[in-house]
Design a binder for this molecule. Sequence first.
Ligand SMILES: [Zn+2]
Length: 79
Amino acid sequence: MPQCLRCGNTSNFGSSRLPNTTPWVNGAVSALVGNFSGEEVNYLENMGTTLENSEQAFAHPERYFDTCSACGSTDIIWP
Ligand SMILES: [Zn+2]
C-alpha cells in the first residue's frame, strides 16, 4: 500500500494527473480519490473524472495516486 512520508497516511490518496475540476466538492485535491485497504484499492471516489480514468486508476493505482489526501504532500512511497 502507498504511504505518505509526511503524515503516515496509508488509506486516502488523490491523483495530480486528474485535477479536481469541481473544487467546491469536499475540497478534495483530485477528481479521483483512492481509498486503500492493505495492498488493495478498497474503493475510488470519483468526483468528476471519466469512467475510463477511473478504471485505469483502479487497474494501475501506483501510476495515478501520488498525492496524500490528508495533508496534500506528494512524498508518497509505494512498496
Ligand atoms: Zn500526508
